[in-house]
Ligand binder design. Structure first.
Ligand SMILES: [Zn+2]
Ligand SMILES: [Zn+2]
Length: 129
């Protein structure tokens, strides 16, 4: 059985990507850097092997949010797309919200809980309710 191909892109449609592998994990990140990068209270990510990520159209802009971290986003509409950490060179994180089907991979853990805003519930709590 062949799974539907995983794909996603930015809000304006200029950037489109495909993923050839299923995610190895799905997490909700509460860190300060993600918060600023997305302008949102927290950011959901899936992690896939780097080689499974292919940009189909467009040219994401990249920047270093800290010395070892490279983030990409659409320079036209601003959608945050990927996160890479030098210490995890084989993996890339993709924003769950940029997937065409974000319902498919709900976060199964919360990370950087120490940075979590007081008014933001953890994903685990939300699941339990
Ligand atoms: Zn865009
Ligand atoms: Zn983060």
């Amino acid at each position: 059985m062949k799974d539907k191909e995983l794909s996603g892109g930015c809000s304006c449609g200029k950037i489109r990507y495909n993923l050839k592998a299923e995610p190895v994990s799905a997490a909700m990140c509460h860190c300060t850097d993600c918060r600023k990068a997305a302008g949102a209270q927290s950011v959901a990510w899936i992690t896939v092997p780097l080689e499974s990520y292919t940009i189909v159209t467009g040219d994401p802009k990249q920047y270093h949010s800290s010395p070892k971290v490279t983030r990409t986003f659409c320079s036209d509409c601003g959608t945050p797309l990927t996160y890479r950490h030098e210490d995890r060179g084989r993996d890339i994180d993709i924003t769950t919200g940029s997937l065409d089907d974000p319902e498919r991979y709900p976060p199964t853990k919360d990370i950087f809980d120490r940075d979590r805003l007081s008014w933001v519930k953890t994903t685990t709590d939300i699941v339990k309710q």
